[in-house]
Design a protein around this ligand. Structure first.
Ligand SMILES: Cc1cc2nc3c(=O)[nH]c(=O)nc-3n(C[C@H](O)[C@H](O)[C@H](O)COP(=O)(O)OP(=O)(O)OC[C@H]3O[C@@H](n4cnc5c(N)ncnc54)[C@H](O)[C@@H]3O)c2cc1C
Length: 367
């Protein structure tokens, strides 16, 4: 993105350890790249509110959609999984667009940056040679998905220039579970529409039971806000449980839920599958845990499965009008390496586009 926004008379080079640009774009959104979201505000991110909002204000999701339109990239509104999401026909189209727009850029691919030194200019040490530059923009992302080229280089460079990096954790990943929730694993493959509550956040959407624990869009989003301790699920979000209590059917038939799920749930709370109308007060109370099932995840699926890295380079040490380091001149940080992490639904790409725009605008006015 950045290369395509910079004025053509600037000498720009992009260094990437991958053989092709846009490795994450390629696999994102099931290879259809969830490029942005209809409504994007700082509320969709973990990070310093004003910093995030100022950057989003400079380059909104509408501006990204206009940019796509101008460059003949078709975007498709699709709310099947997450509200407000825009996808593309194919992730390949996104990478093709950026490749065309970056025709003036010198690429050093298959080249891994190992260190950044500064005297009166920068020396970028790489796996093959040193590259010299007046200004350096770090856009090397987080440490999730090593298989796609991720490394800790952004944090290493930031620290070498006295930047602080907040605690890093894998996020937008499924949860592993503790012994009390091992019954989730028996339901591997079952999907349900639920409401998840974690801290002050609630998410409506699907969960998916998995052999490792529990996943699905609202669980991925919960993993962003979960630190330790309890979260809760409402397995029957659009229904009042009391409306079923007159039925003479067994619980597993009376409730509008997958039978396999209800049977496993009842076993987990030690409640027999009998006529729902025959439940006494205490049994009804037990059944009400369906509406507020509290559990403490054991952890999450980790960096190999996490779509993002939560935490990063502290934003108080980066200028939100230019993305330049406040500690080191001509050094810039954009995208996921910063301590800004978005929810599932196009928010992480949007922050990458917006921060790239802010940086490009500053560099263009500075030549
Ligand atoms: C499977 C998956 C699906 C996703 N789907 C979506 C989605 O649909 N929508 C959404 O908004 N977000 C999605 N995300 C998150 C999104 O991809 C990232 O937040 C976003 O790509 C971050 O952009 P970035 O430019 O900061 O870093 P990245 O896109 O991670 O790019 C960093 C680049 O730096 C290179 N690099 C790293 N270290 C070095 C080094 N030492 N030397 C040289 N090069 C290096 C890497 O090879 C990589 O090409 C997904 C992530 C994953 C893993």
């Amino acid at each position: 993105m950045l290369g395509s926004l910079l004025k053509k008379n600037q000498k720009i080079c992009i260094i990437d350890s991958n053989a092709k640009i846009g490795a994450k774009i390629r696999v994102s959104g099931g290879a259809k790249c969830n490029i942005t979201n209809e409504v994007v505000t700082s509320d969709n991110y973990l990070g310093e509110e004003n910093f995030v909002q100022n950057i989003l204000n400079e380059y909104s999701s509408q501006k990204m959609l206009d940019f796509c339109k101008k460059n003949a990239l078709e975007t498709i509104f699709n709310e099947k999984i997450v509200k407000g999401t825009y996808f593309c026909r194919s992730s390949k189209d996104v990478n093709d667009m950026f490749s065309k727009l970056n025709s003036h850029v010198i690429f050093h691919l298959n080249t891994t940056v190992t260190e950044l030194l500064y005297k009166d200019h920068y020396e970028i040490k790489t796996s093959s040679k040193s590259i010299y530059a007046k200004k350096v923009i770090i856009a090397s992302g987080g440490i999730s998905f090593k298989s796609l080229g991720a490394s800790s280089i952004a944090y290493d460079i930031a620290k070498s220039y006295q930047h602080e990096v907040s605690r890093l954790d894998p996020a937008l990943a499924g949860f592993t579970v503790q012994k009390d929730q091992f019954w989730f694993k028996e339901l591997s493959g079952v999907s349900l529409y639920c409401k998840a509550k974690v801290g002050h956040k609630t998410f409506d959407g699907n969960i998916l039971f998995a052999h490792k624990g529990i996943t699905g869009p609202i669980i991925l989003n919960s993993s962003l806000y979960w630190n330790k301790g309890l979260m809760s699920l409402d397995f029957l979000p659009n229904h009042e449980l009391k409306t079923f209590f007159k039925s003479n059917k067994k619980i597993s038939s009376a409730l509008p839920l997958v039978k396999r799920f209800v049977l496993a749930f009842l076993a987990s709370i030690n409640l027999e599958d009998k006529a729902i109308s025959s439940l006494n007060k205490e049994e009804k109370e037990k059944l009400y845990t369906l509406k507020n099932y509290e559990f403490a995840p054991a952890g999450n699926f980790g960096y190999t499965k996490a779509e993002v890295t939560k935490g990063g380079i502290l934003t108080s040490q980066v200028d939100d009008k230019t993305m330049e380091s406040k500690l080191q001149k001509n050094l810039y940080f954009i995208g996921e390496c910063l301590d800004v992490t978005g929810e599932l639904g196009g928010f992480n790409f949007q922050f990458a586009w917006s921060s790239a725009y802010v940086c490009a605008k500053a560099l263009n006015s500075n030549i």
